[in-house]
Design a protein around this ligand. Structure first.
Ligand code: GLC
Length: 530
């Protein structure tokens, strides 16, 4: 029997390196800090880490503005620290996935410095330069995701350059083969296993804003969005058909190295998202991303009918052979505990870890850690400084390790404030509390690993009744039923015969069930059928 690739049975865990563990006492997390915490991730029971960018960067967007794709920022450590971390992770059976930021570089990247130096510079065409509009001003109406025009005038050469995010993040021109080759060679730098010339051996990439890489060649204006006054539809700046050829090239490159994973950050409706699997009908094979991130649980109302519908639609739309995945949080979204409240974080944990497909967990969510509290002076995120309300600092506050000052994250005042709940909500305290959110995650992760129905089985019988989401998972002799009460009231369901393996309130495993079953507000049940 062919075994599934590791990234299908794995649970991914996202680390935001600035906020995970500070080992050198400067208030910012670093690679040695992550190294020191690897054992706690093994105890938690995850299989792979994805690190947000660690490359040299002026940090205008906290690392999503890369100034060198083949090194480590001194703030986080050195390449030697990275090699040590990777080796230690692999020694523990953990995989390590890096963030790749190919849509834009830092404005301080030597490529852009050269590009803006003169219209005749060989790097000019590596970025998207355009003359001003006929009457002056930006070439078209494209807007930055962080507010304002996506164009900035370079006074000395008299042209505008495109930046989908900050002016400090100029967009690369992905129609230029030299740009592709340069990014692909950076990918090889990290994928190559130890050779005389270096080489590291990472297990894959999460590709930043994959669906934005290609823009309209004619630079046409985006049309008005009829559903939202004053907004534009990103028709010419997102999800362009030519992007799929690039995804295919990245996939082929990764395949040269064996079992590495290509994950894409893609915020699109389900139908468009499916195209990023790159199903080729002629060869009946998948040529795109292994895991085009599915963020739909983040935006779907937390309600049994809506989620049942989402699960069924997503499953039905998957191309042949495509493997599903689910995400509940990341460094760009308000935290799960803040979005859903204390009861529903438990059903969310059970949902994420019992659905079919690879789950991605965001650091701190395993504690039920809520958004941080920030005064206006403590805000750091450029997105929030440019557009009040759009800041992402609240979901990036330091990991809460223990009850000591600064929550064990750092010996000094951290770059973002530690959540005031840390004396109660921290990993140490929760590890010792048998009914904590952390204990729930650990048990779910243990069961997920132990049960083939959970890590590779089918999903059937998706239902929604009186606010309770239900589904079954099956593999061989292993048959499971899940019920999740997504309401704040007591509910009942009619269950097939079985034995309770786990309740999210961590009370009452081992009991036999058949017929009417009551679920507390926010309670979830995992039942072994038969
Ligand atoms: C992605 C990242 C986000 C970043 C943006 C620009 O959406 O997740 O944090 O600001 O891309 O790189």
């Amino acid at each position: 029997m062919q075994t599934a690739p590791w990234w299908q049975t794995a649970v991914l865990y996202q680390v935001y390196p600035r906020s995970f563990q500070d080992a050198n006492g400067d208030g910012v997390g670093d690679l040695q800090g992550i190294l020191a915490r690897l054992d706690s991730l093994v105890e938690l029971g995850v299989d792979a880490l994805w690190l947000s960018p660690i490359y040299p960067s002026p940090m205008a967007d906290f690392g999503y503005d890369v100034a060198n794709y083949c090194d480590v920022d001194p703030l986080f450590g050195s390449l030697a620290d990275f090699d040590t971390l990777l080796e230690a992770a692999h020694a523990r059976g953990l995989r390590l996935v890096l963030d790749l930021v190919p849509n834009h570089t830092s404005s301080q990247h030597p490529w852009f410095v050269a590009s803006r130096s003169s219209r005749r510079d060989p790097h000019r065409d590596w970025y998207l330069w355009h003359d001003p509009a006929p009457g002056g001003g930006p070439p078209n109406n494209w807007t930055s995701h962080f507010g304002g025009s996506a164009w900035t005038l370079d006074q000395s050469t008299g042209q505008y350059y495109l930046h989908s995010f900050l002016p400090e993040q100029p967009d690369l021109n992905w129609r230029n083969p030299e740009v592709r080759a340069a990014i692909y060679s950076a990918m090889r730098f990290w994928l190559e296993r130890g050779t005389a010339a270096g080489g590291r051996g990472v297990d894959g990439f999460r590709v930043d804003v994959l669906w934005l890489l290609i823009k309209d060649a004619l630079f046409r204006d985006n049309p008005a969005n009829p559903a939202w006054d004053g907004a534009l539809l990103p028709l010419y700046t997102a999800d362009r058909p030519e992007v799929h050829a690039i995804v295919g090239e990245m996939r082929s490159l990764l395949e040269e190295y064996g079992d590495r994973v290509l994950i894409g950050e893609i915020y699109l409706p389900l139908r468009n998202l499916m195209a990023y699997y790159g199903f080729d009908p002629a060869s009946q094979s998948l040529r795109g991303a292994h895991l085009p991130f599915n963020f739909h649980l983040i935006h779907t109302p937390w309600q049994a009918e809506a989620i049942a519908q989402l699960v069924m639609t997503y499953e039905a739309l998957l191309p042949p052979g495509a493997w599903p995945n689910w995400v509940l949080g990341n460094h760009d979204q308000h935290r799960l505990a803040t979005r859903l409240g204390p009861y529903q974080i438990r059903t969310a944990a059970m949902l994420l870890l019992t659905l079919r497909g690879t789950p991605t967990l965001y650091y701190g969510d395993e504690l039920g850690m809520p958004d941080g509290h920030l005064t206006p002076e403590q805000q750091r995120d450029p997105a929030g400084l440019r557009q009040p309300g759009a800041g992402r600092d609240a979901e990036r506050t330091p990991m809460l390790w223990d009850g000591s000052p600064h929550a064990g994250f750092s010996p000094v005042e951290p770059w973002l404030p530690v959540h005031p709940e840390y004396p109660q909500t921290n990993a140490n305290a929760q590890a010792m509390a048998p009914r904590s959110v952390l204990s729930l995650y650990r048990q779910l992760l243990r069961l997920r690993r132990a049960h083939p129905a959970l890590h590779c089985g089918s999903v059937t019988t998706v239902s929604a009744q009186s606010g309770v989401l239900g589904y079954q998972r099956h593999q061989g002799e292993d048959h499971l039923q899940i019920y999740l009460n997504l309401t704040e009231e007591l509910q009942s369901v009619t269950s097939p015969r079985g034995t309770i393996l786990l309740t999210t309130i961590l009370d009452g495993a081992g009991g036999a069930v058949e017929g009417t079953l009551y679920l507390e507000p926010g309670e979830g049940l995992l039942i072994q059928l038969g």
